[in-house]
Design a protein around this ligand. Sequence first.
Ligand SMILES: Nc1nc2c(c(=O)[nH]1)N[C@H]1C(S)=C(S)[C@@H](COP(=O)(O)O)O[C@H]1N2
Ligand SMILES: [Mo]
Length: 335
Amino acid sequence: MRARAVLDPGGLFRYIPLRPHQFTEAVTPTRDLFVLAHLGVARVDPVAWSLDIDGLVRCPQRLTLADLQRFPKREVLSFHECAGNPLTPEVPERRVANVVWGGVTLETLLDKVGVEPTASYIWSYGLDHGPFAGTQNDSYLKDLPLRRVKAGDVLVAYELNGEPLSAEHGFPARLLVPGWYGTNSVKWLYRMVLADRRADGPFTTVFYNEVIPSSPGASTVRTRPVWEVAPESVIVAPAPDERLQVGTPAEIWGWAWSAKGIRTVEVSVDGGETWHAAAVNVREQWSWQRFHVAWRPSEPGGVALLCRASDLAGATQPPRGARNAIHAVPVTVVT
Ligand SMILES: Nc1nc2c(c(=O)[nH]1)N[C@H]1C(S)=C(S)[C@@H](COP(=O)(O)O)O[C@H]1N2
Ligand SMILES: [Mo]
């Protein structure tokens, strides 16, 4: 058994430096990236650290940081979004960024251990530990279906924006599942276990596992894990409470993202009565996509600007009551 890491700070830690009108950079600088830690920030000695991969495999491996760095390095540009507080999953928190992760693909590591045909999930363990919302945790434990790994781009990452990870972001190595909510990307990774079923810890059964609204009279409660990121968009400019001039051309712009890729973004300048198609940039890897529309306000008064993204699978943003509910920005038009 491995000694558990020192936590500093211990307990729930959140650092959320930017609001949507401050998402002005296409690639978020590391100092502006939010930090979420349920149990505390683990402080890990990289010399003593290793990653074990075992369970339903032919040859279990223990890899050092130097071992990981000897594999070919893959860089992935991806949006990175926190699903929000697992106790209030219907609240849109808009904790999102767009960054470059560097590391080795998980596929490469699994080739080395030789996955048994009976394996269908991979469980990932973090070195953080302790209480969260009435549960006790020996470590932060999440799972991932193997089919997601085979789709490629899942990393064991040791770099963020070209630099080694900081302690807050998971030093020395973390899982990174592009397109999936941040909760799945286990920081301070130290063990991965191949299994034939989902993981049974609080972070896969109690939290981040949501009840699917059932048909009336249905007797069984069905749940779905918080995995793929649903379509979402935010307006960066104008900023909330900005004053715009009647007759003066303005640009409404922002970012849209989703696991499946964005098909359309629409913008409303009348609080949702009418919608206009925005121009949307093509997606590069898993990046968020810029959208913009030109607007020349014609009447004075207060108005809500809205944006609504739809993805390539046909899903769209709901008006309210969901983590990806439509973003509204109140502005004032003056003469
Ligand atoms: N070990 C561990 N990994 C974790 C967490 C955690 O509490 N412990 N929080 C998750 C959540 S909820 C999010 S949103 C992302 C945030 O990653 P970041 O802090 O690097 O931005 O880390 C995820 N990985
Ligand atoms: Mo999160």
